[in-house]
Design a protein around this ligand. Structure first.
Ligand code: FES
Ligand code: FES
Length: 166
């Protein structure tokens, strides 16, 4: 076992410190050290998207990020998506569209979709499908997921319009 390194980061808006070995992935630390098991492990090699998190505004596969790389950075996991007022619109629309079957891939899809809508609030269906190409689902066939993301985008635009001068 190698010497452990102390990492200071921000996860879902809270300051967090943890010890890790230089070889450990962010995914491993989130799940096994910090208990944030909403981030799923699928392939563990960058192919499925189940482990998606947002790192300083950028969508990443946490299985491909070393935990030491998040020193001084900000991480958003699925546990940080909902607010005290309720579910995030993406979570709500996934439920309404029944876009969930076994559920293992869904946190990764929701994180990926959030990263898309943060930068493009009005995506086309093709843009959603292209953006989610790095996320694999063995159950749903993708159509319900895509419809849920488009519906969430529409609902978020409507809310933004109601809360601004328009
Ligand atoms: S577990 Fe990271 S991409 Fe599959
Ligand atoms: S809902 Fe089962 S893998 Fe996507």
């Amino acid at each position: 076992m190698s010497r452990k390194i102390l990492v200071h980061t921000r996860i879902n808006g809270e300051e967090v410190e943890f010890l890790c070995e230089p070889r450990q992935s962010l995914l491993e630390i989130l799940r096994e050290v910090l208990g944030l098991t909403g981030t799923k492990q699928g392939c563990n090699n960058g192919n499925c998207g189940a482990c998606n998190v947002i790192l300083d505004g950028v969508l990443v596969n946490s299985c491909l990020v070393l935990a030491v790389e998040v020193e001084g950075k900000s991480v958003t996991t699925i546990e940080g998506i909902a607010s005290p007022e309720g579910l995030h619109p993406l979570q709500q629309k996934f439920l309404e569209h029944a876009a969930v079957q076994c559920g293992i891939c869904i946190p990764g899809f929701i994180i990926a979709a959030k990263a898309l809508l943060d930068q493009n609030p009005h995506p086309t269906e093709l843009e959603v499908r292209r953006w989610l190409a790095g996320n694999l689902c063995r159950c749903t066939g993708y159509d319900k997921i895509v419809r849920a993301v488009l519906d969430a985008a529409s609902s978020m635009r409507a809310s933004a319009c109601c809360t601004s001068v328009c």
